[in-house]
Write a protein that binds this ligand. Structure first.
Ligand SMILES: [Zn+2]
Length: 61
């Protein structure tokens, strides 16, 4: 449980103080992503933002 990778840079040298992040830097990076409304990737065309289907397959059985 103590070998979780840093979600930002995926190093395994995460410090307990900042976990699951390896450092305050990575914690800040992740926080800023969330504050911007999700994991938007710089350079991604805005028109492609809705590519992921939002519906769920539901079956009545
Ligand atoms: Zn990191």
């Amino acid at each position: 449980m103590s070998k979780a990778k840093c979600p930002v840079c995926e190093t395994r040298m995460a410090q307990a103080e900042f976990r699951p992040f390896c450092s305050k830097r990575c914690a800040d990076v992740d926080l800023s992503r969330w504050l911007k409304g999700g994991y938007a990737i710089p350079g991604r065309p805005a028109d492609q933002a809705e590519e992921t289907p939002s519906y769920k397959e539901e079956r009545d059985e």
